[in-house]
Ligand binder design. Sequence first.
Ligand SMILES: CC(C)(COP(=O)(O)OP(=O)(O)OC[C@H]1O[C@@H](n2cnc3c(N)ncnc32)[C@H](O)[C@@H]1O)[C@@H](O)C(=O)NCCC(=O)NCCS
Ligand SMILES: Nc1ncnc2c1ncn2[C@@H]1O[C@H](COP(=O)(O)OP(=O)(O)OP(=O)(O)O)[C@@H](O)[C@H]1O
Length: 201
Amino acid sequence: MIIGLTGGIGSGKSAAADRFAQAHGIHVVDADLKSRVVVEPGRPALGQIVDRFGDAILLDSGELDRAALREKVFAEPAERRWLEALLHPLIREEITSDLSRAESPYALLVSPLLVESGQHQMTQRILVVDVPEALQIARTAQRDQVPETQVRAIMQAQAQREERLRHAHDVISNDRDLAALHAQVDALHQRYLALTQGAHA
Ligand SMILES: CC(C)(COP(=O)(O)OP(=O)(O)OC[C@H]1O[C@@H](n2cnc3c(N)ncnc32)[C@H](O)[C@@H]1O)[C@@H](O)C(=O)NCCC(=O)NCCS
Ligand SMILES: Nc1ncnc2c1ncn2[C@@H]1O[C@H](COP(=O)(O)OP(=O)(O)OP(=O)(O)O)[C@@H](O)[C@H]1O
């Protein structure tokens, strides 16, 4: 069984996934990490990004300047769509190959765009990490040290909170401390184990 774990930027997906992995040994595949792999130096996609945006999109090391590309694509929807059309099929290949190596009773696919990109078709169940928008913005701005306006621009490119919740089979409310998040993950883990064993849950 593959569970899709989604939520907006800074909702707490990584914090929830870390708990599934560290406390319960669940295999986690993270779409954001795959999006880094497919643009590593030497990968064809990096050359295509340079062809479009120029050499200034690279750091001195030859790696992608992610902060520079982030500024461009979240200020210009057409550029974001171009980047997604290039990267999403490559990200999907990486996800499929990683999921095929999972040996835990079930696996997690963590993705901010699970519903928007169609990646949910690879999953049997959708778990949404939900937070009030004000908290989402505050936590993200603090973590990434970016202005709230940029966080809002990224949120505009993602599904609305209500839309995401409409697809949810399960919901984690991440509006309290990490201990409260962990307790919800632990309860869901038991539920997912029961589901994989065919028990009524
Ligand atoms: C624009 C890029 C270079 C910025 O890189 P950066 O290291 O600063 O951010 P990172 O990749 O860790 O993403 C941070 C968060 O931004 C949001 N985000 C990223 N890409 C998108 C997108 N296309 N649409 C909406 N939100 C996005 C997500 O909430 C994500 O968790 C990078 O996000 C990217 O290559 N995006 C396109 C690929 C993509 O759609 N990735 C999302 C997972 S499939
Ligand atoms: N319950 C919580 N209490 C306090 N801080 C939290 C809580 N949950 C998450 N955080 C913090 O909020 C920030 C965002 O959480 P996290 O990185 O897990 O979100 P994410 O959904 O994976 O984000 P992204 O979409 O950007 O990858 C992090 O700095 C994290 O440590």
